[in-house]
Design a protein around this ligand. Sequence first.
Ligand SMILES: NC(=O)c1ccc[n+]([C@@H]2O[C@H](COP(=O)([O-])OP(=O)(O)OC[C@H]3O[C@@H](n4cnc5c(N)ncnc54)[C@H](O)[C@@H]3O)[C@@H](O)[C@H]2O)c1
Ligand SMILES: CC(C)[C@H](C(=O)O)[C@@H](O)C(=O)O
Ligand SMILES: [Mg+2]
Length: 357
Amino acid sequence: MNANIVLLPGDGIGPEVVNEARLVLDAVAKLFGHSFSYSTHLLGGCAIDATGTAMPDATLKACQAADAVLLGAVGGPKWDDPQAKVRPEQGLLAIRKGLGLYANLRPVKAIPSLAKLSPLKPERVAGVDFIVIRELTGGLYFGQPKGRSTTPEGGEQAVDTLVYTDVEIRRIVRLAFELARNRRKLVTSIDKANVLESSRLWRKIAMEVGKEFPDVKLEHQLVDSAAMRLVTHAAQFDVIVTENMFGDILTDEAAVLAGSLGLLPSASLGAGKLGLYEPIHGSAPDIAGKGIANPTGTILSAAMLLRHSLGLEAEARAIEAAVSAAIDEGIHTGDLGAAKPVNTTQMGDAVRARLKR
Ligand SMILES: NC(=O)c1ccc[n+]([C@@H]2O[C@H](COP(=O)([O-])OP(=O)(O)OC[C@H]3O[C@@H](n4cnc5c(N)ncnc54)[C@H](O)[C@@H]3O)[C@@H](O)[C@H]2O)c1
Ligand SMILES: CC(C)[C@H](C(=O)O)[C@@H](O)C(=O)O
Ligand SMILES: [Mg+2]
């Protein structure tokens, strides 16, 4: 098949990990007889430096015309001034919203050969295999009003608004149930319904949607105790569905179960086939430019790209199997705690060398 893939390397380690994932895609194309063409565009801090805006129009246009988008990460200390008018992260939110990508899929699977490296006891990590469906274009990230003002006393005030509509909740919860049908048939909806009105609407809609899926069990859990259960009994989860910011926080926590933030991929999907694929980690300024970042989160995001946007399931599995094989053989980047770590390129090479049809 022919496919047109937009690359958005972004900032920090973004270009380093995207490059490895692109080489993996090339290797898959060769092995399975596909032709992928790429165009690279600006997003984030690099876009601010070049154009003054975090998401140039040309970037959005190119993504709209593509079959899929692969993103590295945006942000870094250079653009972190709290007074700055433009921020790299605005570009990320704008591209998600601009492409209508309301569903962020973040699978979390413990890798048995890494259990001994986990800061958690091996029995806490054993059998962990769940997916978080994070709502991506609503909630606190986008609600209006938002901004700064002055208090009557002349002090400073800031406001962010957590707003959800029934339509936004229903479509994301429905997707969670559809995914659960092909898994272990358990949906855990995570909210803060004991305090937040938006969470009470979330829970009401989740129950309504649950009635459409009598074969799938629905449970509700408050986000604070869910954060604890993720560390104590994570193997109990199958499909988690939650609002934007809860999903952001819980998935970085969940990365500890897999072994490192550098391992977790994600897919952001909307109504059509077009999707944006990115590791869940950020631009990792502390290690950027050193060539030591773990590229597997991005490589596994490329596998999700093949599966969800291009419908190439066997090819996606080939990448996942090659990543597992490399890791099981002890080929580890420094974030996995290896005594003799490989660098970013060596990790990518190891995955490419293990690709099989
Ligand atoms: N999707 C994105 O583009 C995205 C996501 C999260 C954070 N960010 C941005 O990234 C910047 C840094 O944020 P942060 O430090 O809180 O989070 P981060 O995810 O960039 O880094 C957290 C820690 O994890 C390590 N880490 C992350 N990815 C790694 C990898 N692939 N291999 C090895 N180690 C890895 C880093 O070295 C760091 O110690 C901020 O500007 C933030 O806004 C962007
Ligand atoms: C950088 C930031 C805007 C982003 C988010 O909060 O969505 C990141 O943390 C993520 O998880 O993709
Ligand atoms: Mg995050």
